[in-house]
Design a binder for this molecule. Structure first.
Ligand code: G3P
Ligand code: CA
Length: 379
């Protein structure tokens, strides 16, 4: 880790005009660094993305929200209270608000109430209490442009090509307040000349911003960037559906007929919650890693749904989320995180979102050495 942090410091070499590489050196199934190397460093920081690229990520994943002055920044949600030190900054105490985000009321500090200059004065913190807190206060909140710069810079220094997998967060929420994300995202990718469809996926949990906004926007600009429909647990609803008074939920969207006749008409892939493919149920708390703490509290229920095969039959890629090393997230059946990756690789997923790029890359190498990369097509 010390080496990674040192390298992060060294990466401040300015990006000079190196020709964008034509072919990304990706190796399937893709390893997508979820919020950067977020298992180790505060999420959505250049340092976390850089560490993930060094660990071998094929894509890095920035979630996108927007500032008061219309700049796309990498944060998981508009409420920045748990991922920055804003609460300890008296100069911003007047920004504490209660707001409704996608039908849920919450209190906190919201990105759209800060200018970029103000946000840049904040420092990122680790949101997960049991992860390393020692980097709190060290790193800034990056803009999308800075994330793309980091990828170009990494390529310049290493010759290795990494892609970007931005997610439009709460797109209806932001559009309703006059700060739409999609036009800004496409304009930024075009300005940065980062539109190679082999190096970009755009994802969203909402449907209409993909289908009705991004599809025409891409077409108008002659772009072929693939879109990915994220799918939450089956009972949940895309917020745009909820707002429109529609009754369909993700359980409806993930059915074979819907994937084929609907999702595949506007998306190139799906990003399903892994628990909606392999169902889990409560288990007796178990100590899987021998540290004396019994923290694994789930087991596989035995119910596995044919989502991967159905999606593939519809011509859709499948990138499930989110794979994590810690025992608290593991089903007891797996025992080790590598076994969970192996199960999903063996089932034929096309990529995985992970907080621990190093574990995913190692697991993929193991899977490829054992099988030659051929999946059995079943979980
Ligand atoms: O985008 C895939 C995954 O990141 C979805 O979950 O909540 O971490 O954005 P979330
Ligand atoms: Ca995401």
């Amino acid at each position: 880790m010390k080496f990674l942090i040192l390298s992060v410091a060294l990466q401040c070499v300015a990006w000079s005009h190196v020709a964008a590489a034509a072919i990304p050196s990706v190796s399937r199934p893709l390893v997508i660094a979820h919020r950067g190397a977020s298992g180790y460093l505060p999420e959505h920081t250049i340092e976390a993305y850089w560490a993930a690229m060094q660990m071998g990520a094929d894509f890095i994943e920035p979630d996108l929200v927007i500032t008061k002055d219309g700049v796309l920044i990498a944060r998981h949600e508009p409420n920045i209270t748990s991922t920055t030190d804003v609460r300890s900054r008296p100069e911003f105490s007047d920004r504490l608000k209660r707001k409704w985000v996608d039908g849920v009321e919450e209190e906190g500090f919201f990105a759209e109430d800060f200018t970029l200059t103000e946000l840049k004065s904040l420092r990122a913190v680790q949101r997960v209490a049991f992860r390393d807190q020692k980097f709190n206060g060290m790193f800034t909140v990056p803009t999308l442009v800075e994330v793309i710069d980091a990828i170009k810079n990494f390529e310049y220094q290493t010759g290795r090509h990494v892609g970007i997998y931005p997610e439009t967060k709460h797109p209806t929420y932001f559009r309703d307040m006059g700060l739409p994300l999609e036009e800004k995202l496409i304009a930024t990718l075009m300005e940065q000349k980062f539109t190679d469809p082999r190096r970009v996926f755009i994802q969203s949990f909402e449907v209409s911003n993909l289908k009705d906004i991004l599809v025409p926007l891409l077409k108008k600009n002659g772009l072929k960037i693939p879109l990915v429909q994220l799918l939450d647990d089956r009972d949940a609803q895309p917020y745009d559906y909820k707002k429109a008074g529609r009754t369909e939920n993700y359980g409806d969207l993930i059915r074979a007929a819907s994937l084929k006749n609907f999702v595949a008409t506007y998306a190139a892939g799906i990003g399903p919650w892994k628990g909606s493919i392999v169902r889990r149920k409560p288990a007796t708390a178990t100590d899987l890693n021998g540290d004396g703490k019994a923290e694994a509290v789930e087991q596989l229920s035995g119910e596995t749904l044919p989502v991967i095969a159905d999606a593939h039959a519809a011509g859709l890629l499948v990138h499930p989320y989110t794979f994590r090393d810690e025992e608290v997230y593991l089903a007891v059946d797996y025992g080790r995180p590598e076994a969970e990756y192996n199960a999903f690789f063996n089932a034929g997923v096309d990529g995985v979102f992970t907080d621990f790029t190093d574990t995913a890359v190692r697991s993929r190498a193991l899977f490829q050495s054992m099988t030659g990369g051929a999946s059995q097509g079943k979980l």
